[in-house]
Design a protein around this ligand. Structure first.
Ligand code: ADP
Ligand code: ADP
Length: 227
C-alpha cells in the first residue's frame, strides 16, 4: 500500500503543486489521480519514486517512508510508464523491454525470455521483437512501455497519462488491455489522467485534485458515475 500522509510539495519558486494531500493507494488496486492540467498529478507521482521529494509530510510504501529508502532500491520495485513511451531509439524492442532486468543483473537469456513473454502479455506479436521503436505505431510503443515497466515484476506501477497521446480507438483497447493485465497481476497501480471517463473506467478509487494541489474528492468511481 502507498500512503500519502499530509504531503506538500512547494517548488523552489514558491509554487505549491501539492497541498497537504492525504490518501491511500491500496495494494492490488488502481488508484487514479484525475484533475485539470497543473493540479499536481505528475508531481504526486514523481514523489512516490523520489524523482522529486516532498517538502512536508510523508509518502509511505507498506508503512515505510520513501525518504528512508535510497532511490535506486526504491525504483527497483516501481515500474514507470509515461505518455511518450520513452523507448531507447537505437535498441530493438526486445532489448528495450530487457533493459531493466539486465541492469538488475539477469543473464542475457533469462532477460530475453522474460521480454518475449511480456511482449505477448501486452498483446504484441513476437515479430515486433526485432523491430526498432520508430517502426511501431504510437499505441504499440505504449504497449512496449508497459511491458518494459513490468519487466522486473515490480509490485508498484506508476502510470502518467500513458494513453493520452494515442487515438481514441487505440486508447480504448489499451485501457481494456490494462484491466485484463491487472486482473492477472494485481499490481498496486497509481494512474494519472486528466480524462474523467478514463478515471471512472480504470479506477478502483479515484482521487479528484484541483489546481493548487488539494484533494477535492476521494471517490468510488461508481459514485462519480452517478453525479
Ligand atoms: P499536472 O501533472 O496535474 O499537470 P504538475 O504536477 O505537472 O501538474 O504541476 C503542478 C504545478 O506545479 C503547476 O502549477 C506547475 O506549473 C508547477 N510545477 C511543476 N513543475 C515545476 C517546477 N519544476 N518548478 C516550478 N513549478 C513547477
Ligand atoms: P530519465 O532519463 O528520464 O531520467 P532513466 O535513464 O532513469 O530516465 O530511465 C530511462 C527509462 O527507463 C525511463 O523512462 C523509465 O521509465 C525506465 N526506468 C528507469 N528505471 C526503471 C526501473 N527501476 N524500473 C522500471 N523502469 C525504469
Amino acid at each position: 500500500m502507498i500512503t500519502f500522509d499530509a504531503v506538500t510539495k512547494r517548488y523552489p519558486d514558491g509554487t505549491v503543486a501539492v497541498d497537504e494531500l492525504s490518501l491511500d493507494a491500496p495494494t492490488g488496486e488502481i488508484t487514479v489521480f484525475v484533475g485539470p492540467s497543473g493540479c499536481g498529478k505528475t508531481t504526486s507521482l514523481r514523489m512516490i519514486n523520489r524523482m522529486i521529494d516532498a517538502t512536508e509530510g510523508d509518502i509511505l510504501l507498506d508503512g515505510k517512508p520513501v525518504r528512508e529508502i535510497d532511490p535506486p532500491t526504491l525504483r527497483r520495485g516501481i515500474g514507470y510508464v509515461i505518455q511518450q513511451a520513452g523507448l531507447f531509439p537505437h535498441r530493438k524492442i526486445v532489448d528495450n523491454i530487457a533493459t531493466v532486468p539486465r541492469l538488475l543483473g539477469w543473464d542475457r537469456r533469462k532477460a530475453h525470455d522474460r521480454a518475449m513473454e511480456l511482449l505477448e502479455r501486452v498483446g504484441l506479436d513476437s515479430a515486433m521483437a526485432e523491430r526498432y521503436p520508430f517502426q511501431l505505431s504510437g499505441g504499440q510503443q505504449q504497449r512496449v512501455g508497459v511491458a518494459r515497466a513490468l519487466a522486473a515484476d515490480p509490485p508498484v506501477l506508476l502510470m502518467d497519462e500513458p494513453f493520452s497521446a494515442v487515438d481514441p480507438i487505440v486508447r480504448t483497447s489499451l485501457q481494456d488491455e490494462l484491466l485484463r493485465l491487472q486482473a492477472e497481476l494485481h499490481k498496486t497501480i497509481v494512474f494519472v489522467t486528466h480524462d474523467i471517463d478514463e478515471a471512472i473506467k480504470l479506477g478502483d478509487r479515484v482521487a479528484v485534485l484541483r489546481v493548487g494541489g488539494r484533494l477535492a474528492q476521494l471517490a468510488d468511481p461508481k459514485t462519480l458515475l452517478a453525479e
